[in-house]
Design a protein around this ligand. Structure first.
Ligand code: HEM
Length: 132
């Protein structure tokens, strides 16, 4: 990613973090499960912990975007665990779309083409690393 793209991802994530994280995560999973109902059964019934895990992990990744190699092993290990949850490559596209939708809705006027491009790239890199 370029420095400008990294800056864009950080800027938008910081704005999104002004919204209650459980509302952001709720919007994300609602969108994901409405579009892809079959994914629901892969997750636990009670999603509270999952909300927290997702937002915390994304915050960690965004904070380290300038030096992603520092958390590469952690991302690869997370990808391995995802295989054991039954996650396959096509699921990454579904999750990526729901994530960008959530960012767009959450940011409103602060969302633009640059932000969309920067996030697609960021998510693409992460997903590729997780898929191995
Ligand atoms: C960049 C992409 C993703 C990130 C950052 C992410 C993050 C996480 C984190 C932090 C956990 C907690 C457990 C762990 O670390 O292993 C988790 C669990 C899980 N994720 Fe993801 N995930 C991503 C993509 C996906 C995709 C594409 C799917 C497919 C539907 C998925 C489905 C799940 C499931 C089923 C669990 C386990 C829930 C449970 O049984 O507790 N994730 N994810």
């Amino acid at each position: 990613m370029t420095i400008i793209e990294i800056r864009e991802v950080k800027r938008t994530w910081k704005l999104l973090r002004n919204i209650n994280p459980s509302i952001v995560a709720d919007a994300f999973y609602s969108k994901l499960f409405l579009e892809h109902p079959r994914l629901r059964s892969m997750f636990p019934k009670d999603m509270d912990e999952q909300y927290d895990k997702l937002i915390t992990m994304l915050s960690k990744i965004v904070a380290r975007l300038d030096n992603l190699e520092n958390i590469q092993q952690e991302v690869v290990d997370m990808g391995e665990r995802h295989k054991s949850y039954g996650v396959v490559p096509k699921h990454y596209d579904m999750v990526g779309e729901a994530l960008l939708w959530t960012l767009e809705k959450g940011l409103g006027d602060d969302w633009n083409d640059e932000a969309a491009k920067a996030w697609s790239k960021c998510y693409g890199i992460l997903a590729a690393e997780m898929m191995g």
